[in-house]
Write a protein that binds this ligand. Structure first.
Ligand code: GLV
Ligand code: GLV
Length: 329
């Protein structure tokens, strides 16, 4: 019987169901697993279902002598040393697609809440400080008809753009590679250099993966190119933004505000960030609606079973492993 290690309890009953045919171990604590614990648990595992907070590095992969697949319960896989996995013939799978709409919804929740100062308004009202309608009470920045800049035009970036149409927005995008003209037209998005996008957008929303190229993509220089009325949204990965530089920009009102779901040193925040009124901070819940989080379980489980049964997984990050395995066979 194959052995599957799940690094955190997951929603739904899929994990319980597969326990009939697989030897499943679920990390028992309600917190992120540490690297030392991972090194121990991975020893006998044929498969791991990992969280985006787990460091699946070369040491962990080396300790997993029987490991055939690492299934990341996330679309982003910057927590995994994919090159090391590939070198060991370990398949890495993830959950693209199912979580696209949920993440786009949260980006919009932040965009709207920051622009219209929803949390400040809630805090004021609860505190009994709402003393009646007033013409200049908590004025925000407009959303309808403004310019949205999407950085990273993958599935999620495009889903955010699709929603922007209902808000009558002009949509700019920046991406590693430019999309085909038909795709641009269909999505109603115009390509811009990062500098143009920063200068012209009222909202800048980040949807790129975290890679060496996107680390600190938005730093002091980039923030200084944004409009003083602009809002930055990050539902991608924390280190894409230089959090200290963002703190300074928000403190000096160099931009209007920010909505963050991810942090540079998650779950820690740059000191001072939580004291600012012009930033909304959510705890990495981009994919967090019930339907999505359950669908993500089914997706990782299907691909784990596929690998263990020697079938090609549907969402493989390092297809070379699969191709090599089948040529060698
Ligand atoms: C969430 O951040 C994910 O990558 O799925
Ligand atoms: C993730 O699904 C992306 O391509 O943006």
């Amino acid at each position: 019987m194959y052995s599957v290690f799940v690094t955190r309890a997951l929603p739904g009953d899929t994990i319980r169901r597969i326990s009939k045919d697989l030897q499943v171990t679920v990390y028992p604590k309600d917190r992120n697993i540490t690297k030392d614990e991972l090194l121990t648990y991975v020893k006998d595992a044929d498969a791991i279902i990992s969280m985006l907070s787990d460091p699946i590095d070369a040491d962990v992969l080396a300790a997993g002598k029987n490991l055939k697949v690492v299934a990341n319960y996330a679309v982003g896989f910057n927590n995994i040393d994919v090159a090391a996995a590939t070198a060991r013939g370990i398949a890495v799978v993830n959950t693209p697609g199912v979580l696209t709409e949920a993440t786009a919804d949260l980006a919009w929740a932040l965009l709207l809440a920051v622009s219209r100062r929803v949390l400040e308004g809630d805090a004021m009202t609860r505190a009994g400080k709402f003393r009646g309608w007033a013409p200049e009470l908590l004025l925000g920045v407009p959303v309808y008809g403004q310019t949205l800049g999407i950085v990273g035009a993958g599935r999620i970036g495009r889903a955010v753009a699709r929603r922007a149409r209902g808000f009558g927005m002009r949509i700019l995008y920046h991406n590693r590679s430019r999309l085909a003209a038909e795709v641009e037209q269909e999505l109603g998005m115009a390509y811009a250099s990062l500098d143009e996008l920063l200068a012209e957008s009222d909202f800048v929303s980040l949807h790129c993966p975290l890679t060496p190229e996107t680390h600190h993509l938005i730093g002091a220089a980039e923030l200084s190119k944004m409009k003083p009325t602009a809002v930055l949204i990050n539902t991608a990965r924390g280190p894409v933004v230089d959090e200290q530089a963002l703190l300074t920009a928000l403190r000096n009102k160099q931009i209007f505000g920010a909505g963050l779901d991810v942090y540079e040193r998650e779950p820690m925040l740059t000191p001072g960030l939580a004291d600012l009124p012009n930033v909304i901070l959510t705890p990495h819940i981009g994919t967090g609606d019930v339907r999505t989080r359950v669908a993500m379980v089914d997706m990782v489980v299907d691909d784990v079973i596929a690998v263990l049964e020697n079938r090609r997984p549907r969402h493989i990050v390092n297809p070379e492993v699969w191709e090599r395995r089948n040529t060698d066979a």
